[in-house]
Design a protein around this ligand. Structure first.
Ligand SMILES: CC(C)(COP(=O)(O)OP(=O)(O)OC[C@H]1O[C@@H](n2cnc3c(N)ncnc32)[C@H](O)[C@@H]1OP(=O)(O)O)[C@@H](O)C(=O)NCCC(=O)NCCS
Length: 180
């Protein structure tokens, strides 16, 4: 079974969340409306809300969930998750976010590359996908830099925007596209 093992990149250390991360996670990104603008969730209004979600992630690790805390010099600065709703169909979907004061430094490109490679090494998945709102140019560019290609556009109602129909770019990288 795949696990959230630690991953070291040139600048970042990716590791499992611990409940004690809640305060820094809340301060650094979970409470920031700019970070959550294109996310499915609303900014958290209290540390307790962040703590509750992190507690859930921590409990799920033993079942093989993939939720990394992205740290820079030991400071939690973001998260990267691979949702495995249909492991038997041999793919998973990435989601990620980063503290605003760390945007534009290449960090998420570094994290996505590392996690993608880890997933292909640790599973028999055929591809990894990610979807980004069509206005989320930074996210699409980050995925392109990691060799994800645009495979489709989908339109879905966005719950947090009162059902507004949004267009999403479906991006994907196949096992054969990466050198392991
Ligand atoms: C999207 C996000 C993850 C990008 O992370 P990042 O670490 O800032 O990205 P990187 O520094 O690795 O940049 C990747 C590329 O995107 C470009 N980019 C970053 N933000 C951009 C923006 N707002 N508009 C256009 N391009 C942008 C960078 O310039 C870089 O391309 P380049 O090397 O050709 O110049 C980050 O902005 C974020 O956390 N946003 C909020 C949460 C979010 O939207 N998550 C994704 C949901 S699908």
């Amino acid at each position: 079974m795949i696990r959230t093992f630690p991953i070291q990149t040139s600048n970042l250390h990716l590791r499992q969340f611990v409940v004690a991360d809640a305060e820094r996670a809340y301060e650094n990104w979970m409470s920031d409306p700019d970070v959550t603008e294109f996310a499915t969730w609303n900014p958290h209004r209290s540390v307790e809300e962040s703590e509750a979600i992190i507690k859930e992630w921590v409990q799920l690790y033993e079942y093989g969930s993939l939720d990394w805390c992205i740290t820079l010099k030991q400071e939690p600065i973001g998260s990267i998750t691979a949702v495995q709703d249909f492991p038997e169909k041999r793919y998973c979907e990435l989601g990620y976010c980063l503290s605003k004061d760390q945007w534009g430094k290449g960090y998420m490109t570094e994290a996505v590359r590392a996690v993608t490679s880890y997933i292909f090494r640790s599973t028999d998945y055929l591809w990894v996908q990610a979807r980004c709102d069509s206005e989320n140019h930074g996210s699409r560019r980050c995925l392109e830099k990691c060799n994800y290609r645009h495979v489709a556009d989908i339109e879905l109602p966005c719950e947090k925007r009162k059902g507004e129909i949004r267009r999403y770019h479906m991006m994907r990288i196949d096992r054969g596209d990466v050198i392991l």
